[in-house]
Write a protein that binds this ligand. Structure first.
Ligand code: SF4
Length: 57
């Protein structure tokens, strides 16, 4: 899903603090239309990641 998500229909209600992501907006909002989270068999928070993250240019 990297770099393939548009911003015209934000998913909403997702708080994210990753301010280096192109989908991040002020107020800790994610404006991607969909996100994908990975972390099969995660045991704690650190075992999960947002696969939609794409660096800001
Ligand atoms: S795509 Fe993932 S990393 Fe980027 S702002 Fe949204 S939730 Fe955060």
């Amino acid at each position: 899903m990297q770099g393939r998500v548009d911003k015209s229909n934000p998913i909403g209600r997702v708080k994210c603090v990753v301010n280096t992501c192109q989908y991040y907006e002020n107020g800790d909002r994610c404006v991607a239309s969909a996100i994908e989270i990975q972390g099969l068999n995660a045991r704690n928070t650190d075992n999960t990641d947002c696969a939609t993250f794409s660096p800001r240019h």
